[in-house]
Each structure stands twice: as C-alpha cells, then as structure tokens.
Write a protein that binds this ligand. Structure first.
Ligand SMILES: Cc1cc2nc3c(=O)[nH]c(=O)nc-3n(C[C@H](O)[C@H](O)[C@H](O)COP(=O)(O)OP(=O)(O)OC[C@H]3O[C@@H](n4cnc5c(N)ncnc54)[C@H](O)[C@@H]3O)c2cc1C
Length: 430
C-alpha cells in the first residue's frame, strides 16, 4: 500500500481490545472504519486483570479522550514465603485495570458507546473519520475483489441470519487467537496447549482480612511451589471502581495437567460438554473445585492465598495456550494481522494489551506512510518474537525443569540480540 493521503475504507474483523485500538488510531487519522464483531456490545470478561505496559501508555497518551484514572497501581512483584515473609522479585510499576473497564473506555473513544463505565459520549475531533461498530456480525469469508485493490468480505448478521458483501481498502484481522483471517492464509498455524492451566477467580477486597489487604495493597504477590505457582493482585471492581471497598482481588493458581486430566477438568458442570479453552464462571463442576480446595489445604497454600481461594464463589478455569504467526501481512499489505491473532503470549508477562497497543500504533504509522510494509512487518514480527520468547522464559521458570529454563533463556537472549542488532525494541526506535 502506498503512502496514503485520502481516507481509506478500513474494515476490522474483531471488536475486542486490539480491533478497538486500531480502529481508534485510524479514526483519529481521518479514515472510515467499520468494526465487525461477532458477539454483542455488552461482553462478559473473565473479570481478570489487564496490565497496561509501555506501549499501552504510549497509545493512551495519543488516543485516549478520557482522563479519569482507570487502573490500580502496583509498585513491586513480591514472593510470599512459607513463613509469610515477603521477598521482592522486582521493583517495577504495574498499572492493572480489568478487561471490561478498558473495553468500555475504548468503545467510548471509538464510537462514543454509552455504558455504565463511561455514561457520556466524548466530543468528536474535527479530523475524525466516520466509524461504525457492527456487533453480532461475523465475517465468514475474505477474498481479493477481482483485479482491484480492494478486499471483498462476506458478513453474516447473526440476528437475522442474512449475509451481505462489504468492500475494504484495508482489512485488519483482530480476531483473536483462533483467528479466522490467519487461518485463511496460514491454515497450519494454530493455538497449542502448553501443558498447564490456571484455576482462577476474584474476591471482593472487603471480604478478606486486613493482613491480606495490606499484603496486596501495592504489590503483585506470588507463591511458588514445585512446578506450579499462585499469584494475586488487586484489580478495579464493578464499573471500574477503584475505591478500596469496591476493588477485587484477582487469584490464579497455575498447575501442570496432562491432556487426559483436562478431559475431566474441562467438563461443564451443567450440560456435561467439554470446554476447550475456558470453563466459564458458574460452569466449573463442584467436585472439581472441591478437589482443588482440598489440594490448597493439603499443600498447604500460605494463609493469605488459602483465605482468598476459599472465598472464591464463581471459579473459572483457563487452559494456557500459545500461538505465533510467522507472517503479519498478506495481499500486498491489504490484509494485516494484529493482537492475539498474530501472537498469543503466555500470561506471566501480562503483555497482550500492550502488544495490541503497539500494533495499533504501527498500523497508524504504516497507513500514514511513515513506514513501509516491509518495515511494518519486520517490526511486528520482531516484537512478537521477543515477547513470545520472554513469556516462554517466565513460563518455564514457574512451571518447568531447569533445563527448560536454560533453553528458554538462551532463546530469549538470541531474540534480544537480534532485536538490538536490527535497531531497537520499542516503537519509538522502530
Ligand atoms: C470477552 C473477552 C473478555 C476477555 N477478558 C480478558 C480478561 O479479563 N483478561 C485478559 O487478560 N484478557 C482478556 N481477554 C483477552 C484479551 O482481550 C486479549 O488477550 C488481548 O488483550 C488482545 O485482544 P485481541 O483483540 O487481539 O483478541 P481477543 O480479545 O481474543 O478478541 C478477538 C475478537 O474477535 C472477535 N471475532 C473472532 N472471529 C470473528 C469473526 N469471524 N467475525 C467477527 N468477529 C470475530 C471475537 O468475538 C473477539 O471479540 C478477553 C477477551 C474477550 C473477547
């Protein structure tokens, strides 16, 4: 795609964090943007933390039209010992919000969507492009439109069952780890199970003891066991509330599980069907959760972790998977892959939202003619390689043998060297 001065007609497949960030950046650059999202406007998150790293901060500094603080700030990651002493792992700022709060904020910035989180639509900028968020619309196929420069999409309206064709100058695949767009071009690249799962849930901060609240107030806290670990931290509560009597404690316990064990753990508590990536809150079988609580007592988890896990009312289970696409641009740059559709990292570096922001800023630079397609793809793939190998290193450290840690460390070291050799690892240096 050549440097473009005229507004483009951009279609984004997927209206979650990545799609919205790309949409906002392109709207602010004056382009016409349509997002197709196969689910409804009011989504239910996993009510888990979403960490805002450096690229997310850079994105928000440029494109956020709200100024209300919407994250809880931790100042360190600490390990809790068996005797309940703490040891600081790393002193670093971590701003954590939750998915709903970020999603509704981005919706407000994109199409002025009114929610209980952001009840007043923001003002439009004169230079803003026209945007539409079409929910319950599933993209079923994408093709090059004859010999033209355009892409042709077939879109199903899930409410009426009718399909329609739409044209786009640029198509952005922001359709998540099971990406339909990626599968069209790279059918052999898919999500894979990496050997462990997370037992998770949230508890209102008000319901736990003063000691536990103090432990978590400004720290992400980890408890390490042999090839498993638990982690807890504070996230905003309902409607993004940040007051201490409204916030939630986010709890996760990562355990290695064989594929055979998953066949049992992932069975739905109501209808008995086998979930693949998540057993949602309210669907975990009672006997499965009781057994987990028993493991917690026998281990035993240290008092604060035991206290929180016992108070989880609606646990859910997440299978940890990853995927990394070796290619990010298709159809001579008319189709771009972003977000988890390009790279799904392991969760320990909390980098997905940050990656989404980096991709949005890079798409903005490419569409605005600041970088070539080749440079765009190089930057995207280098970032993906670096952060995916970093997340594998962390995951090996927590869940695997020392040999696996050394191998992952070596791979990460190479990715850093390549990144430095090719001119920087952050957007400002790309
Ligand atoms: C409802 C929801 C809740 C989440 N909650 C959390 C959370 O609490 N904590 C956390 O860390 N991460 C959460 N995530 C994941 C998080 O959004 C991602 O890890 C990351 O931030 C990057 O998002 P993404 O937009 O690339 O991918 P995703 O968030 O996976 O979004 C992909 C979107 O594409 C849509 N889509 C897929 N195929 C099509 C199609 N053919 N046509 C139209 N639309 C399509 C999906 O419905 C989805 O909304 C959640 C994701 C979703 C969708």
């Amino acid at each position: 795609m050549s440097p473009n001065r005229d507004p483009l007609n951009v279609v984004i497949v997927g209206g979650s964090l990545s799609g919205l960030m790309c949409g906002i950046a392109l709207k602010h650059a004056g382009h016409t943007v349509t997002i197709f999202e196969k689910h409804g406007n009011e989504r239910q998150s996993h009510m888990a933390g979403v960490c805002l790293g450096p690229d997310a901060e850079a994105f928000l500094a440029l494109h956020d039209v709200h100024d209300k603080i919407f994250h809880h700030r931790s100042h360190k990651v600490q390990a809790l010992k068996d005797d309940e002493r703490t040891q600081v792992f790393v002193k670093a700022r971590r701003d954590v919000t939750n998915w709903d709060t970020l999603y509704f904020r981005l919706r407000s910035c994109f199409d002025g969507y009114v929610s209980s989180y952001y009840p007043s639509p923001p003002h439009l900028r004169d230079s803003d492009g026209i945007v539409t968020y079409e929910h319950e619309k599933e993209v079923l196929s994408i093709e090059r439109w004859g010999d033209s420069d355009k892409m042709d999409l077939s879109v199903l309206d899930r409410r009426t069952g009718e399909s329609a064709h739409r044209k786009a100058d640029l198509l952005v695949g922001a359709d998540g780890p099971d990406s339909f767009v990626r599968a069209k071009y790279l059918p052999d690249v898919g999500r894979r199970y990496v050997g462990y799962i997370a037992w998770r849930g949230t508890v209102p901060e008000l319901e736990v003891s003063e000691e536990t609240r103090q432990l978590l107030e400004s720290s992400v806290t980890i408890y390490m066991m042999h090839r498993q670990h638990c982690i807890m931290y504070i996230i905003p509560g309902v409607d993004g509330a940040l007051e201490p009597d409204s916030r939630l404690i986010n709890f996760l316990w990562y355990t290695n599980e064989s594929s055979e064990a998953l066949e049992d753990i992932m069975v739905d508590g109501f209808d008995g069907h086998r979930h693949h990536n998540i057993v949602p809150a309210g669907r975990v079988r009672e006997d499965v959760w009781r057994a987990r609580l028993e493991h917690a007592r026998i281990a035993p988890l240290p008092r604060p972790f035991l206290e929180v896990i016992q108070k989880i009312r609606s646990p859910f289970i997440q299978v940890i998977t990853d995927v990394r696409s070796p290619q990010a641009a298709f159809e001579d740059g008319r189709v771009l892959l972003v977000g988890d559709a390009l790279s799904l990292y392991r969760p320990h570096t909390a980098f997905s939202a940050t990656q989404a922001a980096f991709h949005a800023l890079m798409v903005e630079d490419f569409v605005g003619g600041k970088i070539s397609l080749q440079r765009w793809e190089e930057n995207i793939l280098r970032y993906s390689d670096l952060h995916s190998s970093q997340s594998i290193l962390f995951s090996s450290f927590y869940q695997c043998s020392m040999v696996a840690v050394l191998l992952a460390g070596f791979r990460y070291f190479i990715a850093v060297l390549i990144g430095l050799g090719r001119g920087g690892l952050v957007r400002s240096a790309c």
